[in-house]
Design a protein around this ligand. Structure first.
Ligand code: PLP
Length: 381
């Protein structure tokens, strides 16, 4: 018999974020700053809409692409950011995670190449490998902005099928500026490549929002990923979406259909209500995250950590190079000796080595305690 398990799957590792989170419960008294799970409850109106949906028996399969009411509302929401997709160019998925898997499933043949930034959200690399395709990493600048020369060279030399971009970024907090967006357009307009733009944190951008999907000339080659896990603090309810022109959507839908049939009906009704009436809840959360960002940044600088100010999402990615330890070693010792869990940068690819990721989606009290412990531990080194 050949190998029992797919060679592609055997080559994929369990996410380093979860690996570290799972260690926390084994260390008595430790606290976690590892997960991207906002500490806010789901907005009240979303809860009510889901309870109503159950009572009204809206519990059947929905259209594969999702309920049209939600797709229309997503279309309106995106329009407020100058991004134009019609309802039939939108597929509602089981979180952004399923959106990513469906996109890669729709596009990739064994041996195809995909440009993926490093550091980046680990799912890109793992999904590409699951389909037997090859990841080609592109490096970022020291402040985690895009290194255009690296992208140009890799597109021209490696002939990749897809380019993955992700702003605001998990784990770095980098966003796309207008200048960067326009420069990327100049690079991409004359090159034959499709672009996955993961904009899961679009609602949590602390400066003006720019996206490649705003450029009409590129829209037929952009596949936009979004979702409500972070926006409405509803990670467990699993609603995301993918937008792309119709011929791409038709292929993504095939994978989505045989994968899950449709996203959960109840959660879709909840997300719809969120878009209709919970924008204030989102603004309030954002104000709170911004305060936490400033606080965590200030504390890390006071500890002498070399840290770039995040401009979106709820992660900060300080350098630990000066401690002469690998990120895995640093985080293991910080957990066992300092009783705080953060994620080793290496969980986000080779470009993440030399960094740690701290999530500031935790409450101010937990953040203060975590940073106090970290400061004390660093002082002892
Ligand atoms: N994309 C990015 C950049 C993320 O950080 C995450 C989750 O952390 C996802 C996609 C997946 O989100 P979801 O929970 O909606 O599956």
């Amino acid at each position: 018999m050949s190998n029992l398990f797919s060679n592609n799957v055997s080559n994929v590792e369990i996410s380093g974020i979860r690996k570290f989170f799972n260690k926390v419960s084994k260390v008595e008294g430790a606290i976690s700053l590892t997960l991207g799970q906002p500490d806010f409850p789901v907005p009240k109106n979303i809860k009510k809409a889901m309870i109503n949906a159950i009572n009204e028996n809206k519990t059947e399969y929905t259209a594969n692409a999702g309920i049209v009411e939600l797709r229309n509302e997503i279309s309106n929401f995106l329009r407020s950011m100058d991004i134009n997709y019609l309802a039939d160019e939108i597929t509602v998925t089981v979180g952004g995670s399923e959106a990513l898997l469906c996109i890669f499933g729709a596009f990739l043949n064994a041996g195809d190449k995909v440009l993926v930034p490093t550091p980046a959200y680990p799912a890109y690399e793992s999904c590409v490998k699951i389909f037997g395709a090859e990841v080609v990493n592109y490096n970022l600048n020291k402040d985690f902005s895009i290194n255009f020369d690296s992208i140009i060279k890799l597109i021209d030399d490696e002939n990749p099928k897809l380019l993955v971009m992700s702003h605001p970024s998990n784990p770095t907090g980098a966003i796309l500026s207008r200048i960067e967006r326009d420069k990327l357009f100049e690079i991409l307009k004359e090159r034959n490549i499709y672009i996955i733009s993961d904009e899961m944190y679009s609602a949590l951008c602390y400066e003006e929002y720019y996206s490649l999907a705003q450029i009409d000339e590129l829209r037929n080659r952009i596949i936009l990923v979004g979702g409500f896990s972070k926006m409405f603090s509803m990670t467990g309810l699993r609603v995301g979406y993918v937008c792309a022109s119709k011929h791409i959507t038709d292929n993504i839908l095939k994978v989505h259909q045989y994968n899950v049939s449709c996203a959960t009906s109840i959660s879709q009704w909840g997300a719809l209500e969120g878009l209709i009436s919970c924008r204030d809840d989102v603004s309030n959360m954002k104000v709170e995250f911004e305060k936490r960002k400033e606080y965590v940044y200030k504390r890390l600088r006071q500890m002498g950590m070399d840290t770039t100010l995040p401009r979106g999402a709820f992660y900060i990615f300080p350098s630990i190079e000066k401690f002469s330890m690998t990120s895995e070693e640093f985080c293991t010792r910080l957990l066992n000796e300092g009783l705080v869990a953060v994620v080793p940068g290496s969980a986000f690819g080779t470009g993440g080595e030399g960094f740690i990721r701290i999530s500031y989606s935790y409450s101010s009290e937990v953040l203060k305690e975590g940073l106090d412990r970290m400061e004390k531990w660093i002082a002892m080194l």
